[in-house]
Design a protein around this ligand. Structure first.
Ligand SMILES: Cc1cc2nc3c(=O)[nH]c(=O)nc-3n(C[C@H](O)[C@H](O)[C@H](O)COP(=O)(O)OP(=O)(O)OC[C@H]3O[C@@H](n4cnc5c(N)ncnc54)[C@H](O)[C@@H]3O)c2cc1C
Length: 417
């Protein structure tokens, strides 16, 4: 029984079903991917394994304090979990920790990319995907000067990326020409992709159902019942009419995004996950020729952009602000300005759909994949900024672990005791 039907839950159910398990999914929403997996940046960004927690981050966050348009914003609350997460984040900024985390994410991302391509070849799934790579853009010469070192680091992890001059960037993505005055150069990763995570998850959930999976929608999980020796015995749920019931399975996988830690805390499980809020806008194209089709990451502004069929998705910003999912106009404004400055006339501004979601983030951006304390409790959660990139690989790895096999990659999985 997979708890949660976002990217992590639905891919987990898929790989478990492929491995021969009978699967069911439980989610409080009326369908799949209606929370954080709904409108993310759309990037399969294997070329961005570096976590936010890196040696330069503490100073950068201090510089951004008090700025409403800061790419990473800390809004202090009275929640001790927020402060604990912040302290662990600082620990993960130590050079050795950041290096270890980057290497583990790179390994999982590469494996995940292979699993995604395999899944697509097998199912023929369509989700506005584009295999045109990701172009990382640098708008100051100082930032661009770091591009060769980043390319060499990626190469050491087996990830292809090449440094591009300004002219090469414009040749790769001609739509950049209209707003490229400040562009210093780029880093192009041809193996990266983009696509609509919501469509992908919805299509995959439909396949799961066709293959016999039980999908329980509108079922809010109130708690997990356990007993010593037996592990988890049932999941208490409440449906849309307020009726309570207990659902039972042999094993349970927690994929509940930012809400997982609260549900498993009574079992003595401490998941190091805290919500990091992000925003996106999605807009229909007014003039497709003015919009990019290569997926872009603006490294100077921490904004990403993906073409999803006849729409443009632009996402960014990170806010440590508890479980508040309200859309703040001062956080949407810089994203809109970014599109209008870089790609004037590309989108229909009258039909912009703003969105905010909570990234289920661990301090070092490493997801929790593997076994819980109870013998029949498993986790595949905490993918933070890279839940789309890492979805297929994490789920395939968990299925391997649940079959008693070790996934063939170097990653700190929570292994069976
Ligand atoms: C602005 C933004 C941009 C992003 N861009 C990218 C990107 O370009 N590339 C990338 O790789 N990643 C990106 N991400 C990250 C990615 O979207 C997330 O890591 C991913 O969606 C997390 O998936 P999940 O399944 O863990 O969580 P969710 O999608 O939130 O799924 C959790 C599910 O659990 C359910 N649930 C929770 N509590 C309960 C309960 N009590 N009872 C029943 N059900 C419950 C929810 O309804 C939900 O369906 C971005 C995120 C944001 C916010």
């Amino acid at each position: 029984m997979v708890l949660g039907a976002g990217l992590s839950g639905v891919t987990t159910a898929w790989y478990l079903q492929q491995a021969g398990f009978g699967v069911s999914i439980v989610d409080r929403q009326p369908g799949p991917a209606l929370e954080t997996s709904f409108a993310n940046g759309g990037q399969i960004s294997i070329s961005h394994p570096e976590p936010w927690a890196n040696p330069g981050a503490p100073l950068q966050v201090l510089r951004w304090l008090g700025r409403d348009d800061a790419p990473l914003k800390f809004r202090p609350t009275t929640d001790p979990a927020q402060w604990l997460w912040g302290a662990r984040f600082l620990f993960e900024c130590l050079p050795a920790r950041a290096h270890r985390n980057t290497a583990a994410i790179a390994a999982l991302a590469l494996w995940s990319g292979e699993r995604l391509r395999e899944l697509r070849a097998r199912t023929g799934l369509q989700y506005d995907q584009l295999e045109r790579g990701i172009l990382h853009l640098f708008h100051t010469p100082r930032e661009f000067a770091q591009a060769p070192a980043r390319a060499r680091q990626l190469e050491r992890f087996g990830i292809e990326a090449r440094v591009c001059s300004r002219a090469e960037c414009l040749a790769l993505e001609p739509a950049l020409a209209a707003g490229a005055e400040t562009l210093a150069g780029g880093l192009f990763a041809p193996g990266d992709e983009s696509g609509d995570a919501f469509r992908f998850t919805r299509e995959l959930a439909a396949r799961l159902q066709e293959n016999g999976a039980n999908l329980h929608w509108d079922s809010a999980i109130r708690g997990l019942r356990s007993s010593p020796g037996k592990g988890i015995e049932s999941v208490e749920v409440c449906d849309a009419q307020g009726r309570h019931s207990a659902l039972r399975a042999d094993a349970y996988v927690v994929c509940l995004g930012s809400y997982g830690p609260r549900l498993v805390a009574p079992l003595g499980e401490r998941l190091p996950i805290y919500p990091v809020k992000g925003y996106s806008i999605t807009a229909p194209l007014l003039d497709p020729a003015r919009a990019p089709s290569v997926s872009l990451t603006d490294e100077s502004r921490r904004i990403v952009c993906s073409r999803l069929g006849d729409r443009l998705r632009v996402a960014g910003t990170a806010e440590l602000n508890g479980f508040d999912t309200r859309i703040r106009s001062e956080r949407i404004r810089p994203i809109l300005e970014w599109v209008n400055n870089r790609f004037p006339g590309a989108i229909d501004e009258q039909r912009v759909e703003p969105w905010a979601g909570l990234r289920p983030a661990t301090p070092g951006n490493l997801p929790v994949i593997g076994r819980g304390r109870a013998p029949n409790l498993w986790f595949n959660t905490g993918h933070g900024t890279l839940g789309w990139t890492l979805a297929c690989g994490s789920a395939a790895a968990l299925a391997e672990l649940m079959c008693g096999r070790t996934p063939p990659l170097s990653f700190p999985f929570r292994l069976p005791r």
